[in-house]
Write a protein that binds this ligand. Sequence first.
Ligand code: ADE
Length: 225
Amino acid sequence: MRLDVVTIFPAFFDVLDVSLLGKARERGLLDIGVHDLRDFTHDRHRTVDDTPYGGGAGMVMKPEPWGEALDGLLQPESILVIPSPAGERFTQGVAREFATESHLVFACGRYEGIDHRVGEHFAREHRVRSVSIGDYVLNGGEVATMAMIEAISRLIPGMVGNPESIVEESHEDGLLEAPAYTKPAQWRGLSVPPVLMSGNHGAIRQWRADQSMERTRSIRPDLLP
Ligand code: ADE
């Protein structure tokens, strides 16, 4: 899978070289390009923003640098992903869907966002998705893009050591995952639930399913039908 990111802060993405993602890049499972939007400006100040039509606070990102940057990156098979608090919600389902794609291009806006025509223009010939990672406002799309890249890339076959660890985790079956424990069996007066040390795999499966349902009911009832 190929990922391209366009941003005015390429340094945000330096951490992609560490941890699991770094290994995936080394092993050729993932190919990531980070591009500086200012390289597609032509004025002395490398201007990427301007005041909003209609007035209001903040600045809006100018369409021209985005047009040039994205012209050079988008292929017929690409999806253009525009992180925005006004987008559709990014869920495990969307991550799973994106993980099957061959090319994603992330357009990280800052300020009050990117001129709306950029998405409109590229939607004429490409698949364009405006996506929010949650109901809160970040300063720009960079951190949202990092979160999406991590969620998507760990679903690529060969990325995570044990594929079962993906199948069993929170959100994969629409519920929160049961709590996990390791040794020692006693710690600061707290014990591991005895069923987990019973060796009875049927009972363990049932306990985890019950915990999963109970946790979801109390913490995230909105996930239940
Ligand atoms: N940019 C700013 N806030 C965001 C959010 N919640 N999700 C995606 N992109 C954003």
